[in-house]
Design a protein. Structure first.
Length: 243
C-alpha cells in the first residue's frame, strides 16, 4: 500500500494516445476525486466520468453502470438500457355513443359532462388505488397492481357515469407491461384495449388471465366465448363480469 501511494504517473500521462475513460467516485475514501479529474485532464481526449458513492473498489457500487462505460469504451457503442417491465393490470374504458351525445348536447354542454365524467373517474381510481396512465376525452387507461381492484373500479365507474346518463364499456387484462416514464406499452396494453372493444354497453369484459387470477374474490363471470384480438397472437377466451 505504501508503494502504491508513492506511485507518480504525472509525467507520462500526456504520452497516452489511446481512447481513455477515467472513472472516480465523488466521495472516494482512498483517493480524492480531484486526483481523478487531474489525471483525465492530462490525457489527450480522455473522458472523465464521476459516480456518486464512497467505495474505492469498483465492484462494490454501481457495477452495471461502470461496466456500461467500459463496454462503450471498448466497442464504441453505448449499451441500450434494459426495458423497465412490470406486471400490471390494465383497465380500458370509454363512453359508448360519445359522438352522438356530443352532437345532441352541443360543444359546451358536452364539455361540462366530460368534466363530470373525469371527476368521477379520478374519484374511483383514487378509491381503488389505480393510476391513470392516459386519457382521451371520452375514455381512459388506468393501471392497477391487482386485478380484482381493477374490476371493482370499472364497475364503480360504470355506475357513476350511469347516473350522468352515459353508458360505459370496459376491458381488463393482466400482463407484463413495458413502463416508459409515466406511460405503459407492450402487448399486454394492446390486449386490454382489444378486450375493451368487445364489451357491450355497461359491460366489463376480462381476459381469461384475469378471471383465473381473481378466483376466490367473490366476483362472478359469464362466458363470452373465444375471440381473435386484432394484432394479438392466438385466440382468447373472454368473460363478462356478472352483476
Amino acid at each position: 500500500m505504501k508503494m502504491n501511494t508513492h506511485v507518480d504517473v504525472r509525467d507520462i500521462l500526456p504520452s497516452i494516445r489511446v481512447p481513455t475513460v477515467v472513472m472516480h467516485r465523488t466521495e472516494d475514501r482512498d483517493a480524492k476525486v480531484e486526483e481523478g479529474r487531474f489525471i483525465a485532464s492530462q490525457i489527450t481526449s480522455a473522458r472523465f466520468v464521476e459516480f456518486s458513492g464512497a467505495d474505492h473498489s469498483w465492484w462494490t457500487q454501481d457495477r452495471d453502470t461502470i461496466l456500461d462505460e467500459i463496454e462503450e469504451l471498448v466497442t464504441g457503442v453505448r449499451p441500450a438500457p434494459e426495458p423497465d417491465r412490470v406486471l400490471a393490470t390494465v383497465l380500458f374504458a370509454d363512453i359508448i355513443g360519445s359522438t352522438e351525445r356530443a352532437r345532441e348536447l352541443g360543444d359546451h354542454r358536452w364539455a361540462e359532462l366530460l368534466e363530470r365524467f373525469h371527476v368521477a373517474v379520478q374519484r374511483e381510481l383514487e378509491h381503488f388505488r389505480g393510476r391513470e396512465v392516459d386519457s382521451a376525452g371520452d375514455g381512459f387507461l388506468a393501471a392497477f397492481d391487482g386485478p380484482a381492484r381493477a374490476i371493482r373500479c370499472a364497475l364503480a365507474v360504470r355506475d357513476q357515469v350511469g347516473r350522468l346518463g352515459l353508458e360505459l364499456r370496459a376491458g381488463v387484462h393482466t400482463g407484463e407491461c413495458e413502463r416508459l416514464g409515466d406511460k405503459f406499452a407492450g402487448i399486454a396494453v394492446h390486449t386490454g384495449a382489444r378486450v375493451a372493444s368487445l364489451a357491450g354497453p355497461g359491460e366489463v369484459v376480462v381476459s381469461s388471465t384475469v378471471k383465473d387470477l381473481v378466483a376466490g374474490s367473490g366476483l362472478e363471470f359469464a362466458e363470452r366465448g373465444e375471440h381473435e384480438l386484432k394484432g394479438v397472437p392466438g385466440r382468447w377466451r373472454l368473460y363478462a363480469v356478472a352483476g
